[in-house]
Design a protein around this ligand. Structure first.
Ligand code: ZN
Length: 350
């Protein structure tokens, strides 16, 4: 009886041990599966976050270079960088994706008829200076040519900018992006009708898509060129790279893109006078000061300004910029034309 009792206990303990071992094995298998899965998930999340941070940093860097890209050019000529206050960040990508403020209904000005345009008095000083100048713009004729250029438009500010330019009878250059919203149709048209130059600044203005490959660049370019032609009847042949030709975010070599533009008979223009108007907190006076620190240094001054819904300071600075530039001797404000000697940060000959 005693032996039988011991056998029963031994059997029960063995069964218990077996159950315990079975549970241990199952737990080990489950752990072996779960731990790597969790690790993979954590790593995937971390990878995604890092990639996003990197993309953001690249965009900011490109935007920084769009503003300070003239540094290399200035350094080469022993020039000082224009005075621009530091600020934390300004992402063009953010500016591009943000919802544009609705166009003010009273901002639109009726398009002038041909008669009205010809009845306007031309800027006499500009005409006199140019009449006395000989040769094309690419030749040194002692005349300083100042190009006022606006990137990123059209926006809710474009009509206001056009009103000011009209008031001073000054022609500028608008490097626009593609905005299919019908609110902007008349704005694109007004840029052309008012006699300004319509340049291209990519359809999407998304660095990651635009500079993904030569093909994506070509697709974007033709989309914008066709869109502008259908909207305004103008086949634009001038281009400004988002971030400038010296940007470092492009995954495809910038020289390949420049070569492609050349094949398409498109000239690209960078800038040598940065207004710094994209910086957070920049004031009207700082923009004027930055511009006027740069303009006198060059015979061809290409000023970079922005046409965007949040750039009221740029609009406010414009009259003073025009007035200050017009005070300079032998200086004219002109739009980009086929004869314009382009300001380029890099060229395909380098
Ligand atoms: Zn831009």
């Amino acid at each position: 009886m005693l032996d039988n009792g011991e056998d029963t206990r031994t059997a029960a303990e063995r069964a218990k041990r077996i159950r315990f071992l079975r549970k241990l094995i199952l737990f080990s298998i489950a752990a072996a599966c779960l731990v790597p899965t969790c690790l993979c998930l954590i790593l995937a999340i971390k990878y995604d976050r890092t990639r996003n941070t990197l993309e953001k940093a690249k965009s900011e860097l490109a935007w920084y270079e769009e503003q300070y890209g003239d540094t290399a050019l200035s350094k080469g000529k022993g020039e000082d960088k224009p005075l621009i206050e530091d600020s934390e960040e300004a992402s063009d990508v953010v500016a591009q994706t943000e919802t544009e403020v609705t166009l003010e209904s009273n901002a639109a000005e009726p398009v002038k008829t041909d008669e009205e345009v010809s009845a306007d008095n031309p800027d006499e000083k500009t005409q006199d200076i140019l009449n006395n100048a000989e040769g094309s713009e690419s030749e040194t004729d002692g005349i300083r040519r100042v190009y006022i250029t606006f990137d990123d438009g059209p926006s809710s500010k474009t009509n206001e900018i056009l009103d000011i330019l009209d008031e001073y009878d000054v022609k500028a250059t608008f490097f626009v992006t593609g905005k299919a919203d019908s609110r902007y149709t008349d704005v694109y048209k007004r840029i052309v009708d008012d006699g300004h130059t319509l340049g291209m600044h990519s359809y999407s203005h998304r660095y990651s898509e635009l500079y993904e490959s030569l093909t994506s660049f070509q697709t974007d370019l033709h989309k914008l060129q066709t869109f502008l032609y259908e909207t305004t009847g103008v086949w634009s042949t001038c281009y400004r790279f988002p971030g400038g030709s010296s940007n470092t975010v492009s995954k495809v070599g910038m020289k390949d893109l420049i070569n492609y533009l050349e094949l398409e008979n498109i000239t690209y223009y960078d800038w040598n006078v940065a207004s710094g108007d994209d910086r957070d907190g920049i004031t009207k006076d700082m923009i004027v000061s930055n511009v006027m620190a740069g303009v006198p240094k060059f015979e061809n001054s290409m000023i970079l300004l922005h046409d965007a819904s949040d750039k009221q300071a740029t609009v406010d600075a414009l009259p003073e910029i025009i007035e200050e530039v017009q005070k300079l001797e032998n200086t004219v404000i002109v739009p980009v034309t086929e004869d314009t000697l382009p300001v380029q940060h890099i060229s395909n000959e380098q």
